[in-house]
Design a protein around this ligand. Structure first.
Ligand code: FAD
Length: 390
């Protein structure tokens, strides 16, 4: 039996179909060519300098809404979409977030709850990367408990009028259309808000120490008047945005596996070439213990992501499977990134190496789309039958 490959120790990728491998390789090559050489500069600058150009490149690559059917979307399997997320986040969580917010949040909301006219108007251009979308659920005083939202939509004649503030909205200031969730007399509903509508403003959030290669914004809705055709007619209660979040979290499960893999690989490379006390640090037992722990976390995360992907493709993925994956894979990636950073010594605190960048990004990844605590409560409820949320 041949010795295992350090980069795919349990041969998780060995079980991929030829089509899945093609998608993995295409996104991996794109990421190596277009993203990896620039990402440290973007992170350093705290922004994506050309979001429209990047959106067009992602559109050409076919990753926006690639798991959706029709309307210019690729209709790929869940595993294929996951592999794309994994390869993107191996470069940077902020870049995977761009794709998740566009495809799994904004486009998925339109695909699930939009009218035929809304789908035809928005989805093909969003898939092509010509139109950028964002997804506004979180508010300054409403994060883990979105049911406490204060943003209101009220009917005024044939129109709707929206008032409120959304916070921490990825791509908010670069979006052409915002999917905004608001409380109405009929419960929470979704609205498509073109960002040039009077009363809508987006303010960039500065001084982030995490997800710096990503634009994050506050959205202010001050008497935003919209026609009835802006309402997502199929949206009905808080379950609607939550179902979109389950889609995006699924991508995070894979993405975290990618970030973990990248940190492990960086540590292995560094440990093999860095010499102290007259030998490579990879030869020290303490370093090997760290690498062994990282290897286990990386492979556990990869297996978990693939199993959840297979369940999803078989139509058997429950939202608590996704909670399991989000909680465990992100925690694994955080452990790996932290160990990898220690192996890099002082070099590990710079942007010359990817490890601290991943480590900082993973603070966001552990927080958004349901914090680690919220997913732990979701799993606790799944196995005990008792809700401990409030
Ligand atoms: P809080 O809900 O205030 O939580 C604070 C702490 O209390 C956490 O540790 C939490 O786990 C804990 N806690 C809360 N409730 C409980 C409980 N019942 N039991 C135990 N512990 C609890 N939102 C969007 O809508 N769209 C986006 O595009 C988006 N992008 C984001 C991008 C970035 C960079 C970041 C940082 C956030 C983004 N978010 C977005 C917001 C994100 O989803 C929220 O930050 C997240 O839901 C947590 O809410 P919060 O920050 O208000 O924390």
């Amino acid at each position: 039996v041949a010795a295992p490959d350090p980069d795919d120790f349990l041969e998780v990728d060995g079980s991929l179909s030829p089509e899945e491998r093609d998608i993995r390789d295409t996104v991996r090559e794109f990421s190596a060519r277009e993203l990896a050489p620039n990402v440290a500069d973007w992170f350093d600058a705290g922004t994506i300098p050309d979001p429209r150009g990047l959106a067009k490149s992602f559109g050409d690559l076919g990753v926006f809404g690639m798991h959706l059917d029709g309307y210019g979307c690729a209709g790929a399997s869940a595993v294929s979409y996951g592999l794309a997320c994994r390869e993107l986040e191996a470069v940077d969580s902020g870049l995977r977030s761009f794709v998740s917010v566009q495809g799994s949040l904004a486009m998925t909301a339109i695909h699930k709850f939009g009218s035929e006219e809304q789908k035809n108007t928005w989805l093909p251009r969003m898939a092509a990367g010509e139109v950028i979308g964002c997804f506004g659920l979180t508010e300054p005083d409403s994060g883990s408990d979105p049911g406490s939202m204060r943003t209101r939509a009220r009917r005024d004649g044939a129109d709707w009028v929206l008032d409120g503030t959304k916070m921490w909205i990825t791509n908010g200031s670069v979006a052409d259309v915002a999917v905004v969730w608001a409380a109405t007399e009929e419960g929470v509903r979704g609205f498509l808000v073109p960002t040039d509508t009077p009363g809508f403003t987006a303010n960039v959030i500065h001084k982030k120490l995490s997800l710096r290669a990503s634009v994050t914004s506050e959205l202010v809705l001050d008497g935003v008047r919209l026609p009835d055709s802006a309402l997502l007619p199929g949206s009905n209660g808080l379950g609607s945005p939550l179902s979109c979040l389950t889609e995006a979290r699924y991508g995070i499960v894979w993405g975290a596996a990618g970030a973990a893999r990248a940190c492990y690989r960086a540590a292995l490379d560094y440990a093999g070439t860095r010499e102290q006390f007259g030998r490579a640090i990879s030869g020290f037992q303490l370093t090997q213990s760290k690498l062994a722990d990282m290897l286990i976390d990386v492979n556990h995360a990869a297996l978990t992501a693939l199993q959840i992907g297979r369940l999803k493709d078989a139509g058997r993925c429950h939202h608590t499977h996704v909670s399991f994956g989000k909680l465990s894979c992100v925690a694994a990636a955080q452990r790996v990134a932290s160990e990898a950073r220690s192996i890099h010594g002082a070099n590990g605190i710079t942007l010359e190496y990817p490890v601290l960048r991943h480590m900082l990004n993973l603070e966001t990844v552990a927080t958004y789309e349901g914090t680690a605590e919220i997913h732990a409560l979701s799993l606790g409820q799944a196995v005990t039958g008792v809700s401990a949320f409030r």
